[in-house]
Design a protein. Structure first.
Length: 127
């Protein structure tokens, strides 16, 4: 296992803090802690850059899935400035996890995210 794995684990923890932030101020602070100012997030549903757009994507996820939180599944696998991990979106009410995915992040020298490439592995069927 690479000696720099701790920085990957820390970056992923900050990433989940941003995705699970509950108020506007908490979200703003968490996004700023996790991402560089010009950091990006790209998945099948979004392609955004910068703290304002990143916070908007997180807010939209909370609006679409109220009462859900993101959680890590498995472990973080990292080397150099890159890490990959899987996650689920879990209902706080019944623990159902209708959405799951895998992300690959790139970090700067300080351990902040410069880019996220997200993949959706499980999504709910459309009604």
């Amino acid at each position: 296992m690479p000696a720099n794995t701790d920085r990957h684990v820390t970056a992923v923890a900050r990433y989940f803090e941003a995705w699970n932030a509950t108020g506007p101020e908490e979200l703003t602070n968490a996004v700023a802690a996790a991402w560089t100012e010009d950091g990006t997030y790209t998945d099948p549903l979004a392609d955004v850059r910068g703290h304002t757009q990143l916070a908007a994507v997180v807010s939209a996820a909370h609006e679409q899935f109220p009462g859900f939180t993101f959680r890590l599944t498995g472990s973080v696998d990292g080397h150099h400035d890159t890490a990959r991990f899987s996650w689920e979106l879990v209902s706080e009410a019944d623990r159902a996890a209708p959405v799951a995915g895998s992300d690959v992040i790139t970090l700067d020298a300080e351990g902040r995210i410069t880019s996220v490439l997200g993949f959706l592995d499980r999504v709910p069927a459309e009604a």
